[in-house]
Design a protein around this ligand. Structure first.
Ligand SMILES: [Zn+2]
Length: 272
């Protein structure tokens, strides 16, 4: 069987641009609220099953904990969707803190606690720029997050002399993460679900041919991969239409599930 988890990283496009003034890089409340509302509308076609990854970063540490978002996040959960944390522990193009375990522990701990105070729960994690350090694995375990979605097999992202994200040699189906090396199968309690379809980076024709190949591979074993896009695309008519079309294509090849369902399927699979 082929399973897809549709995932939306809760970013706005100005975040990444170091050429903009501090003021312009800040998120707009109205825009971001509208993006999330569109996500909810579009994912009705998936019976609400998707993961919204809540952005947190030094620039917008608790912006998404505002009442307006909490209401929408609760709606996502009520509609069978899932929530995740999307930690951009970086200053784009300047500094990256993904390997600073103390810092990651503070940030993830703070955010999980804040969510739970609002009766929300994060069941998944994804690093900004798909960055990930194995030092984050115990931190996720401590916070009862047992799914990571940061892997894009083969990814090797450098910004100048900084290595931001390295997934060379990683498996292209779900696996249990290794405490020493996040690109290897191991014995931690956190499972990796790799990116299978990166919507922005692929044409619709390419999305279809990738889905076909995945479906072929899934004849003999269960495959679970994520479908990745970003919140800001929901604010653009053409991008949103592409997402709608992509989901329609993918539904012909696989079944969309939420994070909790993905976790139980993997646990079941391991028992076999
Ligand atoms: Zn991001």
């Amino acid at each position: 069987m082929l399973y897809f988890v549709f995932t939306v990283d809760g970013d706005w496009s100005q975040y990444y641009d170091p050429a903009l003034s501090e003021e312009k890089r800040r998120p707009s409340l109205q825009k971001l609220v509208d993006y999330v509302k569109e996500e909810i509308k579009v994912t009705e076609a998936l019976k609400g099953k998707f993961v919204h990854f809540i952005h947190t970063s030094p620039r917008a540490r608790d912006f998404f904990l505002r009442r307006e978002f909490v209401t929408l996040f609760r709606q996502i959960m009520d509609f069978q969707g899932s929530l995740g944390i999307h930690c951009h522990e970086d200053d784009p193009r300047k500094e990256y803190f993904y390997s600073d375990q103390k810092r990651m522990r503070e940030v993830i701990g703070f955010f999980c606690e804040a969510l739970s105070e609002n009766r929300l729960k994060a069941s998944a994690y994804r690093g900004g720029y798909l960055a990930f350090s194995p030092l984050t694995i115990p931190v996720l375990e401590e916070n009862h997050i047992f799914l990571d979605f940061s892997c894009e097999p083969g990814r090797y992202l450098m910004h100048g002399s900084n290595l931001v994200s390295d997934w060379r040699g990683a498996p292209d189906n779900f696996y249990r993460l290794d405490y020493q090396d996040h690109r290897r199968r191991g014995s931690s309690n956190v499972f990796e679900i790799p990116v299978g379809i990166y919507v922005e980076n692929l044409s619709l024709a390419k999305i279809q041919s990738k889905a076909k190949k995945l479906k072929k591979r899934a004849e003999n074993s269960n495959i679970i991969v994520s479908v990745l896009t970003h919140s800001f695309n929901f604010g653009n008519f053409f991008e949103r239409r592409k997402i709608v079309k992509a989901l329609k294509i993918l539904k012909q090849y696989g079944t969309f599930i939420n994070a909790e369902e993905a976790h139980s399927k993997i646990v079941e699979e391991e028992k076999r």
